[in-house]
Every structure is written in structure tokens, then in C-alpha cells.
Design a protein around this ligand. Structure first.
Ligand code: KIV
Ligand code: ZN
Length: 510
């Protein structure tokens, strides 16, 4: 496969020697509806982008607020290796704001399409050129590196676009950027426009493609194939409306499919994506390429079998390459191999009869539409083990007293490995008192922690049935679940907790 791509690269592509990654998560990404980042959050993201190794970070739009100038200045003071960029309309006051932010690289833009000229800017073509040129010259006079964007370039008459670009180059622009502002390109259209621009301009060409039809990454790759020198991207593909070309998708397709190593530390991609998801509140769908929860998850028996033998059978890249991890998911498509490998992971040994029962139960739960967690599998497997063995702890008695100014007290009698033990404990309520008594009684057997306790009434009325679901863990990190249904809440709680403790003891005694 790599040989074919080398042939394609030499015969049908015009790849530039250096491809710059210009990240605009902190500017276009922050324009995602509903997203606003604090200075501190911008600093965290900029630091991670720098550690990943992107060439340029667009830190914001300084003219838009004092906070934007402040965050740009603070990010500048970190002394990062990535070049920091400030956005600016083609206005001297916007250029001043970039200068006041201590930045040395400006991304200045003006709308060039008929729609922008007539309905937004209400400027003639001549005025557009004059305004763009004035801002570029002013920025150059103040020592800035200038990247010029012809906003809505892909809907601009080609001869006018070239006229604007020619004037921008004469005014001193260092990079020309081609925004597909409303994401109307398709790969073949991206090929045509970028080839035309590369044939006519010798300064570096950048692309800024939006994702309205889900084509931003494909179009950006096509532009790179045609010689584009730089790609604007955002983490998780954030940005106006449906966003921009996604950083992780572009970088990993270049690396895995084209064999182009941009010298980025791609093992940082997953944690960067998570940080951005957390700080922006825009969570990724499970099927988001590269960073989604399912990017390296496998359920079907055929796939898991392949993965367990050689992960490349069903993975185009390894999860480690992007700092993600592989997940074997249990469900209706699960095969025996997946369950065996999970049981091995949790050190649970079943004989073939027990295994068949576990397998059948997983399948039937899957058929009923349930997603089976590892905890569910452990609980099912341990139940099989438990049915073949003596349950270590059995409840022999429970007494409760409260009222009269005395703290609620529970007296619990347990049979532990055949030996009866009894104790009384107090608590904030009867359930707490009973659980405290159990903790006292089992202290020598197991160091357990109650991690989750959920109580639900599953029928109405004063005689409602209570369902208690608990998750316990031991000091070795084993986890188990316990469940019980009873009219008495205290009894339901105790039985559920003992159920989970018995499972933990069975795991420990394997
Ligand atoms: O999408 C766009 O056109 C932009 C410009 C500011 C370059 O974000
Ligand atoms: Zn944009």
C-alpha cells in the first residue's frame, strides 16, 4: 500500500516540502456557537498545542475585546515555540490591537465575494482592494508577518480574487490564505482552485476550509496534494457552524495514509481533544474519527477475533499513535474470544460449562438491547462461580432500633466461612448503621469500599419494592456489583452490599 502511495505522490501530487499546521481552535474554534474560553483556559489549550508541535496558533481576535488582548499577551509571555497569530479585519485599529497584544504575526482578512461586497461591506471592488492593501502595508510597516485571507474566496469571481491576491502580494503579504468560508467546496473543486492559485502565485498558500458538507478534511487534503503549503485546522473540528478541518483527522491522515510526518507528537492528540471537549463543553460523538470513544472499540466476534490475533486486521493505526486506547465492548455481536480475553484480564477462571452459561447470558442481554459493561461481565461470571461454590458470607440476623434520642442502631449477625459473628453499630440512619456493622464484621476478611449506592422504588405505594444497586471495590482495585429487591430498604441494602462483597471475596480467592 505504501508503495502505491509513493507512486501517487510522485505522479499525481504536487506536495510542498514543508506543510505548516496553523491551528485556529482559540479563534475560529472559539466562534463555535455557545463557546467562550477564559484566559486561563486559552493558556491551557495553547500550551498543549505547542507541546503537540503545531507551527502556528491563532490565539484570538484582539480587536474584539480587552480579554482577547489580555489572553494573547499572557500566551505570548509563556515563550512557546509555536508562532502566535492574531486575527484582524482590514482596519488599522484592528492591526493596532494585534500590535498591542505583543504578537508578531497578523492574519488580516476582507470579504471579496459579491455577497460580501454587496450585502456586508457595501464596498466596490476598488474599495475592497484599497482597504486590504492599506491594512497589509500598515501591518508590514509595523514589522508584522502578514497572512492575508480573501474571505469567501471560493465564491469570489476568479479574476477578482487574483486581482486582490496580486495587490496583497505587492503590498507585502507573506502568506495568501484561501477561505472556503461556507464550506461549499468538494475535493475536485478544491483541486481546481488550489492548482490555479499555485500556478499563478509563488508565495506560500494557506487553506481555511469549513465543514458544512462534512468535506473540510477531504478538501484540505486535496489542497495539500495540489501544493498548498499550510492548513488551518481546529481541535475536534470546532468552528463556526459545523466547524473547520479537524486537526487530528488531517494530521493522522497525512501521517497514516500519505506517510507524511509533520514532526508532531501525535500521542498527545487524544488528551488535547479531551481537554478542548471539557473546556468548550462540546463533547465529541462516539464515532468521531481518531478521538471518539469508539475510534478503537470493537464488538463483533469476527473483528475481536482478528484484533486479538493482530490489531492491524481491523485498525488502520494503533490507538497508542494518538494516545487513545483499545476497548473490547461486549454486546449482542460479541464472540467467545472477546469474553475469554476479558475474563483473563480480570483473572477469572471458568470451566467450559460455566463459560457457556456466561456466554449465553451475555448474548441474551445483548439481544435485549443492553450494553454490557465489564462490571456486568464480572458480576455474571462471579454468579456462575458462586453457584458452584459456597457463598463466603451469609446474613443470619438483623435488628434495628431508633428513636428516643438514641442514634439509629443496627445489630447484624453474619456467618463468615461457617463461623457466626455479631456486632452492633450506630449511623446517621438505619442503612448507614447496618452498613457500619457489616464493615466491622468483615474487617479481617476484606478491605472494601462502597463506591456507589443507588436506591430506587420500583413500585408505587407505601409497600413499594425498593431496588438497591451497589458497586464495591477492594484494595487491589477489583470491583463488583450487587443488587437486591426487597420491601424493606435496609434489608435490600444489606443484601445488595453482601452480594457485592461475596463476589469480591470470590475474585480474591480464585
Ligand atoms: O471562515 C473564514 O472565512 C474565516 C476568515 C476570518 C478567514 O474564518
Ligand atoms: Zn473560518
Amino acid at each position: 500500500m505504501m508503495q502505491d502511495i509513493e507512486k501517487l505522490k510522485s505522479e499525481s501530487m504536487n506536495l510542498s516540502d514543508k506543510i505548516y499546521i496553523f491551528d485556529t481552535t482559540l479563534r475560529d474554534g472559539e466562534q463555535t456557537p455557545g463557546v467562550a474560553l477564559t484566559v486561563d483556559e486559552k493558556i491551557q489549550i495553547a500550551t498543549k498545542l505547542n507541546n503537540l508541535g503545531v507551527d502556528k496558533i491563532e490565539v484570538g481576535f484582539p480587536a474584539s475585546s480587552k480579554g482577547e488582548i489580555e489572553s494573547a499577551k499572557q500566551i505570548k509571555s509563556l515563550g512557546l515555540k509555536s508562532t502566535l497569530v492574531g486575527l484582524s479585519r482590514s482596519l488599522r485599529k484592528d492591526v493596532d490591537a494585534v500590535l498591542n497584544s505583543d504578537l508578531e504575526y497578523i492574519h488580516t482578512f476582507i470579504g471579496t465575494s459579491p455577497l460580501h461586497r454587496d450585502y456586508k461591506l457595501k464596498m466596490s471592488k476598488e474599495k475592497i482592494i484599497e482597504t486590504a492593501v492599506d491594512a497589509i502595508e500598515y501591518a508590514k510597516d509595523h514589522g508584522l508577518t502578514v497572512e492575508f485571507s480573501a474571505e469567501d474566496a471560493t465564491r469570489t469571481e476568479r479574476n477578482f480574487l487574483f486581482e486582490v491576491f496580486n495587490e496583497a502580494v505587492s503590498a507585502g503579504a507573506d502568506f495568501l490564505d484561501v477561505p472556503d468560508t461556507v464550506g461549499i467546496l468538494t475535493p475536485i473543486m478544491a483541486r481546481e482552485i488550489i492548482t490555479d492559485i499555485k500556478d499563478n502565485f509563488s508565495i506560500p498558500i494557506s487553506v481555511h476550509f469549513h465543514n458544512d458538507f462534512g468535506l473540510a478534511t477531504a478538501n484540505t487534503l486535496t489542497a495539500i496534494e495540489c501544493g498548498a503549503n499550510q492548513a488551518h485546522v481546529t481541535v475536534n473540528g470546532l468552528g463556526e457552524r459545523t466547524g473547520n478541518c479537524s486537526l487530528e483527522e488531517l494530521v493522522m491522515s497525512l501521517k497514516s495514509a500519505y506517510g507524511i510526518d509533520l514532526e508532531l507528537d501525535t500521542t498527545r492528540l487524544y488528551s488535547l481533544s479531551h481537554l478542548v471537549g471539557r473546556l468548550t463543553g462540546v463533547k465529541m460523538p462516539v464515532n468521531k474519527p481518531i478521538v471518539g470513544d469508539n475510534a478503537f472499540a470493537h464488538e463483533s466476534g469476527i473483528h475481536v477475533h482478528g484484533i486479538l490475533n493482530n490489531a492491524s486486521t481491523y485498525e488502520p493505526m494503533s490507538p497508542e499513535m494518538v494516545g487513545h486506547s483499545r476497548r473490547i465492548v461486549l454486546g449482542k455481536h460479541t464472540g467467545a474470544n472477546a469474553i475469554k480475553s476479558k475474563l483473563k484480564e480480570y483473572h477469572i477462571d471458568l470451566d467450559s460449562e460455566q463459560f457457556d452459561k456466561v456466554f449465553a447470558e451475555i448474548k441474551s442481554l445483548g439481544d435485549s438491547g443492553k450494553c454490557i459493561t465489564d462490571d456486568d461481565l464480572i458480576a455474571i461470571a462471579i454468579t456462575q462461580l458462586a453457584s458452584a461454590r459456597e457463598t463466603p458470607i451469609v446474613l443470619k440476623g438483623l435488628g434495628l432500633s431508633s428513636g428516643g434520642g438514641v442514634s439509629p442502631t443496627a445489630t447484624v449477625k453474619l456467618e463468615i466461612d461457617g463461623e457466626e459473628k455479631e456486632t452492633a453499630s450506630t449511623g446517621v440512619g438505619p442503612v448507614d448503621a447496618a452498613l457500619n456493622a457489616i464493615r466491622d464484621l468483615i474487617r479481617d476478611e476484606i478491605d472494601m469500599e462502597l463506591e456507589e449506592y443507588n436506591l430506587e422504588a420500583i413500585t408505587g405505594g407505601t409497600d413499594a419494592l425498593a431496588e438497591v444497586f451497589v458497586v464495591s471495590s477492594d484494595s487491589k482495585g477489583n470491583k463488583s456489583t450487587g443488587r437486591s429487591t426487597n420491601q424493606d430498604i435496609v434489608m435490600a441494602s444489606i443484601i445488595a452490599v453482601l452480594d457485592s462483597i461475596n463476589k469480591l471475596l470470590l475474585i480474591q480467592r480464585q
